[in-house]
Design a binder for this molecule. Sequence first.
Ligand SMILES: C[S@@+](CC[C@H](N)C(=O)[O-])C[C@H]1O[C@@H](n2cnc3c(N)ncnc32)[C@H](O)[C@@H]1O
Length: 182
Amino acid sequence: MFAFFSHLLKTPQLTGAVAPSSRHLASAMVRAIGEVRHVVELGAGTGPVTKELRRRLPNASLVAVELQPRLARQLRSRFLGLDVREDLANEVLDGLAYPEPEAVAVVSSLPFRSLPQDMREVTTASIEQFLRRIPGSKLVQFTYQPRPPFQASADFRWHKTCSVWRNAPPAGVWVLQSLATG
Ligand SMILES: C[S@@+](CC[C@H](N)C(=O)[O-])C[C@H]1O[C@@H](n2cnc3c(N)ncnc32)[C@H](O)[C@@H]1O
């Protein structure tokens, strides 16, 4: 909690939330993934979604991406053996490769509506490119707004899986998939 609020005060544009994700939101996000063997978590922050991913998908490979060094360090010490990348989400996605052509779930808590515009643009472009590159893959993203988390390209489709009222503030869980390969 302390780590979350100290980062909120220092970097409000990157944090973009007033409180850590509740376990109800974390659970709804992991439910939206379904069964997959590979997961990438973007903006893992203080780790509530990471915890649920580890609990519900113990056999899936998991890469957790967190830009802020202190939060990345905390994730490493809380989740022993976890592959934590202290880097920009777009850099990690552009460099990820998997041995088999199997669907990957990208689960994101990135605050697209508050990110600086240039960061938002490169990140959404990398996500779309990743989903095009690995057929059957999807992005799971929450938002506090009543509309999709960001405007996707014409070859993608958003759908909302649920609303989570037990979160501050309440949030919607959305899934983005490619129309060509999703
Ligand atoms: C909403 S907060 C964390 C949410 C997390 N579920 C929690 O409850 O702690 C979003 C996180 O994304 C990270 N972040 C923002 N922009 C990023 C980027 N471009 N690449 C990687 N991480 C980023 C921030 O440092 C922040 O920890």
